[in-house]
Ligand binder design. Structure first.
Ligand SMILES: NC(=O)c1ccc[n+]([C@@H]2O[C@H](COP(=O)([O-])OP(=O)(O)OC[C@H]3O[C@@H](n4cnc5c(N)ncnc54)[C@H](O)[C@@H]3O)[C@@H](O)[C@H]2O)c1
Length: 445
């Protein structure tokens, strides 16, 4: 499923034509490969005011072999990390502008702009809250101005959450976050285990992936296995053959199970306990659509979507929490929501309601998970290129895939990389968050 327009726009003739006509030129995004360096060129670490995270950032980058000297003037920058935790009020935002403007001019392909700040809600004064919130508008706008596959994101780091920064920092700088753009992530204080192997962070983990027989679920299974996990691939019995193929290809285990069956949760819990002695990661990816305008929506369509997309996630998660010792310490739950759950979508009242419900679910469960040393988060994909989108009429597909800052659709692997990152032990300080994998889609922005 190649992107014909992107390939054309990057060809010799296509470059000339798109330039002359002022047409968009979507970049070929830098995506993660095991063993790949975190960044391809030098990074620049700066601070507006007194940045308390500057040393932590430089340390993480240096450990990953990144030059943090900002390079020479004629070198392209691979990343700019700006520590804005020291902002004391709106006047200091000028320092952010002063630092970012020349750096952005020097960015190379698929470069990263990452701003670190404290959460506005924690600000001791109104002026500080205003200045911190201002960064969100700034970063989201920079993300829209960047070209050539570069992204900009904002990470809010409360004063007690410094230890949680390394894993999000590596994610946002790496090719794993290729299609995550214009996002704001808020960290929380957490005990972060030391020493994840950046190339095999899930070694020794048992990860359940639902809806794994095809599409995004199969990509999640592949990425989790590549990162070292033993994958338990779950899908409906009717998808048994393709499910077995996916499970075999990743050296995992196939479990044929309809997740809407009344005893699905307890059955899964028993199997995981008996075969694997418990589990570490659950990815609720199984989902269906039954689109109709609300006025034409029958109860069957409504109920089917709610049952698979929301109720099954609630019931299975509850069953795993209830089953003594099945969810191991440091467990990770990641739910697949959707941009429709944030922006709404014509013809998808049932689907959008179920996907918004998932966001409510992870936010409500986050404190209980934190108390267990675990996390629960949601990932909300935007336009992802799959077999399904390949069958859309050309016009609908072209508009749907281009209305984002990266001017292209994402790939299943982009969703999978984000989920695998949230599943890492090092991501302990990311909890109750919704990470959009949408290239900064204009929908629901
Ligand atoms: N494709 C996109 O652009 C996109 C965008 C946003 C969100 N999503 C979400 O991502 C997830 C995966 O989407 P996809 O495009 O790969 O879909 P898909 O239809 O290709 O795969 C979904 C899988 O879930 C399985 N499934 C459905 N009901 C089940 C049940 N009761 N029990 C067990 N398994 C069941 C299906 O058999 C299928 O293998 C879904 O939750 C979807 O809503 C997709």
């Amino acid at each position: 499923m190649s992107d014909w327009y992107r390939d054309f726009a990057n060809s010799g003739l296509g470059t000339t034509i798109t330039r002359q006509l002022g047409l968009p030129r979507p970049a070929v995004l830098r995506r993660y490969e095991p063993g790949q360096p975190l960044l391809t060129g030098p990074g620049l670490v700066g601070a507006a005011g007194e940045g308390r995270l500057r040393d932590v950032v430089s340390g993480v980058l240096a450990a990953a072999g990144v030059r943090v000297d900002g390079g020479t003037d004629d070198e392209r920058l691979s990343a700019v990390v700006l520590d804005a935790t020291g902002l004391t009020g709106p006047a200091q935002l000028a320092a952010v502008h002063e630092l970012l403007a020349p750096a952005v001019r020097r960015l190379g392909p698929s470069a990263r702009v990452l701003v670190l700040a404290e959460p506005p809600a924690d600000a001791p004064t109104v002026a500080q809250a205003a200045a911190r919130q201002a960064l969100e508008g700034l970063v989201r706008s920079v993300a829209k101005e960047l070209r050539n596959g570069a992204t900009a994101n904002l990470v809010l780091v409360p004063s007690d959450a410094e230890a949680a920064l390394a894993s999000p920092l590596r994610f946002f700088l790496s090719g794993r976050s290729a299609y995550v753009d214009g996002q704001v992530l808020t960290l929380a204080a957490a005990e972060v285990p030391a020493g994840d192997d950046p190339d095999r962070p899930l070694v020794g983990k048992v990860a359940v992936v639902t809806g794994a027989a095809r599409g995004i679920g199969a990509a999640i299974a592949r990425v989790m296995a590549r990162d070292g996990a033993h994958v338990v691939a779950v899908d409906v019995p009717a998808a048994g053959e393709s499910l077995a193929q996916v499970a075999n290809a990743v050296g995992g285990t196939a479990v044929a199970l309809d997740l809407t069956a009344p005893d699905a949760g307890p059955r899964l819990a028993r199997q995981l306990q008996a075969r694997h002695g418990g589990l570490d990661v659950v990815v609720h990816n199984a989902g269906i659509t039954r689109d109709k305008l609300l006025v034409n929506m029958d109860a069957d369509r409504w109920n089917a979507v709610m049952a698979v997309n929301l109720q099954a996630q609630l019931d299975v998660t509850q069953a795993l929490l209830d089953a003594d010792g099945v969810l191991r310490p440091g467990a990770r739950v990641v739910s697949v929501s959707s941009q429709s759950g944030i922006a709404g979508n014509r013809g998808q009242t049932n689907y959008a309601a179920s996907k918004a419900g998932i966001i409510g679910m992870v936010r409500a469960w986050a404190p209980e998970f934190a108390a267990r040393g675990a996390t629960i988060n949601a990932v909300a994909p935007g336009f992802i290129v799959t077999e399904m989108t390949a069958t859309m009429p050309l016009g609908t597909r072209e508009v749907g895939s281009r209305i984002n800052s990266l001017q292209q659709g994402g790939l299943p692997v982009d969703v999978a990389e984000t989920i695998a990152w949230l599943a890492q032990p090092g991501s302990a300080g990311v909890n109750g968050q919704v990470v959009r994998v949408c290239g900064q889609s204009v929908l629901g922005a």
